[in-house]
Design a protein around this ligand. Sequence first.
Ligand code: NAD
Length: 251
Amino acid sequence: MQDKILEVASLIRQSNYAVALTGAGISTESGIPDFRGPDGLWKKYDPFKVASIEAFMADPAGYWKRALERKLSTDAEPNKGHRALAELEKIGRLKVVITQNVDGLHQKAGCKDVIELHGTVRTAHCLECGKRYPREEVVGWVEKGELPPRCKECGGIMKSDTVLFGESLPTDAISSAMEEARKCDVMFVLGSSLVVYPAASLPDIAIQNGAKIAILNMEATEKDWIAEVVLHGKIGEILPKIVEEVKRKPR
Ligand code: NAD
């Protein structure tokens, strides 16, 4: 493991444009379950029954009830992994974080440049008039028993600003992420099973443009075979060691 930590640190040190691509696995140590890991939500729920736009439209109250259960609320705190990534950005060794996560924890940890591919839990909007509310406010209505929560202006049903299966990704986010994948010389993938597209195509785009890929994940991923270095383990334990190593030596 130590050799691989040194190898990734050296890749990052020598890079001119390193980007990170993160998935749900970087937030499990903050108490937010992932989808496909050993304790993932898909062991409990069928994704298309609970996280698709069709399922939402059929039963918005059920969706909001489960959202509370998933604790994907704004009170989660960043963990050592989020903070280590923010440190890497602060010392100028990381240009941008592209995330599939909707939890806002990279920003809470201090990352300034974050592309959110799948939207955010920080806000919700009315499906009728489009009015946006802070998610916390809407969750407060749900906690008081308002199911489904409704817009205070027009009474329309509220939907979280997260992207559900069957919805298209925010176009600005996906085009910026593709641009970053073409530009980078190192892409560091953390906590993603790399099975959800188009996010999973970003390492392919990066490699086609000459970048090197490093992967840190608890389990094997779909793309381990294209990576220069693969580390299997916990992000919160391994990433701070990589960042310390990057800081220890000059370029
Ligand atoms: P995924 O669930 O498919 O894969 C997560 C991966 O992370 C798994 O392979 C797992 O082994 C690994 N992992 C779990 N904990 C880890 C840890 N502490 N250290 C290292 N690896 C760890 O997640 P994905 O690839 O991001 O794709 C699924 C979708 O999940 C995305 O669309 C995302 O929007 C959504 N999602 C987001 C959140 C969140 O915002 N926190 C939570 C659940 C799901």
